[in-house]
Ligand binder design. Structure first.
Ligand code: MLT
Length: 262
């Protein structure tokens, strides 16, 4: 028998749980640079949404509520039944808003990256329908080729070919079912603008200065309407600031997460 003693230990389960939800049509490798850098301050969970990455290609149609339910089911399965920080990039942000509506008790904070609160315009809905037809008849590649130049800061395909190739690969790993399902879910998602003033949790709004898909004015308006938001604009970044400016992104997220330990 040894004498009783006080044993020091660390358990990552003690850290703030952070669920990071990727955008369309990407997967959880989008967050590789966050998982590596921020694992000392957060317990990071990065799902592949249904039909994306290594998750099974569930049959469409998908609703944004299905994607929210999937994320909460994952947390349940992991035994994380308390509130977490929900981070979502673009479509992941749409899912985060839905989690706030359906499961407010599971949200202790929000990171809204390269996303917006508004629903699709009629024109955007028509573009989703056309893209769904394209994916059905020609597969994922034309969708990926059409999106790639808009995802990164202008000129990135020439100046950062490895990053562009990585993003293209991520998109090509998405199943046709995933592409069609996610397009329909985004088309039919509700307007989250009226919810913004009610989202009374610490929120980080983070956006690329040169986002070609969602203009930074959307992030500014969102931050203005949210009761507890901090706005961070990443210079020289497009729609994927976590990948394009990982140091800025991670430092900003770290500072935000430190607030949960005070
Ligand atoms: C995304 O990046 O997740 C999507 O492009 C968002 C959208 O199409 O609304």
């Amino acid at each position: 028998m040894t004498e009783p003693f006080r044993m020091a230990y660390e358990d990552s389960a003690d850290r703030v749980p952070l669920l990071l939800i990727h955008g369309f049509p990407l997967n959880n490798t989008l967050w590789d640079l966050q998982v590596g850098d921020l694992c000392d301050i957060a317990r990071i969970i990065t799902p592949d949404l249904r039909g994306h990455g290594l998750s099974e290609p569930a049959e469409p149609p998908y609703a944004i509520g299905d994607l929210a339910d999937d994320c909460i089911r994952l947390l349940d399965d992991l035994g994380i039944d308390g509130p977490v920080v929900i981070g979502g990039l673009s479509m992941g942000g749409y899912v985060a808003f839905e989690i706030c509506r359906k499961y407010p008790e599971r949200v202790m904070g929000l990171i809204l990256a390269a996303t917006k609160a508004g629903a699709d315009s009629d024109e955007a809905k028509k573009a989703r329908d056309a893209a769904m037809e394209t994916a059905k008849s020609e597969g994922v590649e034309p969708i990926a080729d059409g999106m790639l130049p808009k995802l990164l800061v202008p000129g990135a395909q020439e100046n950062a070919p490895e990053m562009a190739a990585f993003v293209k690969r991520m998109m090509m790993e998405t199943s046709v079912e995933g592409v069609i399902g996610a397009l329909g879910a985004m088309r039919d998602r509700p307007d989250s603008t009226p919810d913004l003033p009610t989202l009374a949790v610490p929120t980080l709004v983070i956006h690329g200065a040169d986002d070609q898909l969602i203009p930074r004015a959307e992030a500014e308006a969102m931050a203005e309407a949210l009761p507890e938001a901090t706005l961070a604009i990443a210079g020289d970044a497009g729609h994927l600031p976590c990948l394009e400016q990982p140091e800025f992104f991670n430092d900003t997220v770290r500072e935000f997460l430190e607030g949960f330990y005070e």
